[in-house]
Design a protein around this ligand. Structure first.
Ligand SMILES: [Zn+2]
Length: 417
């Protein structure tokens, strides 16, 4: 037993093999600018899924696809009825996205399984490298992981953000159906955990020169459509003091929201992503401005306070310009803390590998969120050069990618011992 411990501590992924797989995948749906274009169920995405299947089979792993289109490569456990430890990420991309977002996590998960398999290491779990369907939200967002964990709601399929026709048509192209999606659900008793390696998509690691970020929580995300309602008037003949100009409420709210968040909620972010003016003409005072508001926080009580503060602020700014105000709630994902046990396994692995690490929050949504309340889960980040992501210029040094894969490997070995 002692001998095996020494051996597994020294186990490392095969960097060259992983690099070859990464480059093969990056050539699928490749764009001229050096990124990839693989929105869910697009030609590039379907080809990437095909590549995954062949890669799994060629590696002697068991290939599996579920009713939500999640693709898996499985290394069967050494005992019957072994619980499943999932390692994964996603092969879909945003339009004109980068080569690393999602892809790195899938490639690393496959490499971890190959390494464990070829070294014949005992592992008490059934190990599964998984590519989740539609993480990025071309159609629904976190579709595959929500289906697997039973967090998918009928309403999401009936009113998906990417449009219902696109969803139905895309699923058909991938050989899936609305009915099949529900069959992807797995009993939570069958799951030992979910682990994911991802690029940071921010600058914190690069700025601090730290190699690995151990995520302690996924931020909660809340969104509202705010309406500032005034009155349309002639933009020439109406005196300034006689106007009920909806644009004033919307813009002063945007500026004030930034101030409030920076002063009172330094760990949170707020975004006004869109303003729609009605009627929207040079020569008409805006009667109405609809504002797309989104804000994020890593912690429940702070999230609630931020929600209250921003809505109160919007109301105050509307009244300041004698406007009517409406807030239409558009959805909320709760902040998701990562499991202590998985964070510990990551930290111990970093220490054993001599890699510097820090605890941080994920400001982006990830499939791990779907596993809240289902099984232990955790994520690690590797540095993104310049913090660039969702762009063809997204880049992570290969050395950092390999570091991340080795932490993933060592964490799996610790958890599956
Ligand atoms: Zn991603």
């Amino acid at each position: 037993l002692r001998k095996e411990n020494i051996m597994t501590d020294e186990l490392r992924v095969n960097s060259d093999r992983m690099f070859a797989a990464f480059n093969e995948l990056a050539s699928i749906g490749a764009t001229e600018a050096g990124g990839v274009h693989r929105p869910t169920f697009s030609e590039g995405h379907l080809a990437a899924r095909q590549w995954f299947q062949e890669e799994a089979q060629q590696s002697g792993l068991e290939f599996r696809m579920d009713g939500a289109g999640n693709h898996s490569a499985v290394l069967v456990g050494t005992t019957d009825n072994a619980l499943t430890l999932l390692l994964g990420s996603h092969l879909d991309s945003v339009p004109d996205g980068g080569r690393f977002d999602g892809a790195l996590g899938v490639i690393a998960a496959l490499e971890v399984l190959k390494t464990i398999q070829e070294n014949g290491v005992h592992h008490k779990f059934r190990l599964e490298a998984i590519d989740f369907t539609d993480e990025e939200g071309t159609l629904v967002g976190l579709l595959g992981s929500a289906a697997l964990t039973g967090h998918l709601h009928l309403e999401l399929l009936q009113n998906p953000r990417g449009g219902r026709e696109n969803l139905i048509e895309g699923m058909m192209r991938a050989g899936l159906s609305e009915e099949s999606i529900w069959s992807a659900r797995r009993p939570k008793e069958s799951l030992a955990g979910y682990l994911e390696l991802h690029i940071e998509q921010g600058k914190r690691l690069e700025r601090s020169g730290i190699q690995i970020g151990v995520v302690y929580a996924n931020v909660g995300i809340s969104s509202y459509r705010l309406s500032f309602i005034g009155r349309a008037d002639h933009a020439g003949s109406t005196l300034m003091q006689d106007r009920l100009d909806a644009s004033l409420g919307a813009s002063s709210f945007t500026l004030a929201a930034r101030e409030v968040v920076m002063k009172e909620f330094p760990n949170c972010v707020v975004n006004v992503g869109n303003m729609q003016f009605t009627p929207g003409a040079f020569n008409i005072v805006p009667a109405r401005v609809d504002v797309s508001l989104e804000f994020r926080s890593a912690e429940d009580s702070e999230f609630d306070r931020l929600d209250t503060a921003l809505l109160a602020l919007a109301y105050t700014e509307a009244k300041r310009f004698d406007l009517d105000f409406k807030a239409d709630f558009r959805g909320r994902h709760k902040p998701t803390p990562m499991s202590d046990s998985v964070q510990r396994a990551f930290v111990e692995s970093c220490d054993a590998l001599g890699l510097t690490h820090t605890s941080l929050v994920s400001g982006a949504g990830h499939d791990g969120q779907s596993f809240a309340g289902i099984c232990p889960m955790g994520m690690i980040f590797v540095p993104s050069v310049n913090g660039t992501s969702h762009s063809p210029y997204e880049f992570t040094k290969w050395e950092d990618c390999v570091n991340g894969a080795n932490v993933l490997l060592q964490a799996v070995l610790r958890l599956a011992k």
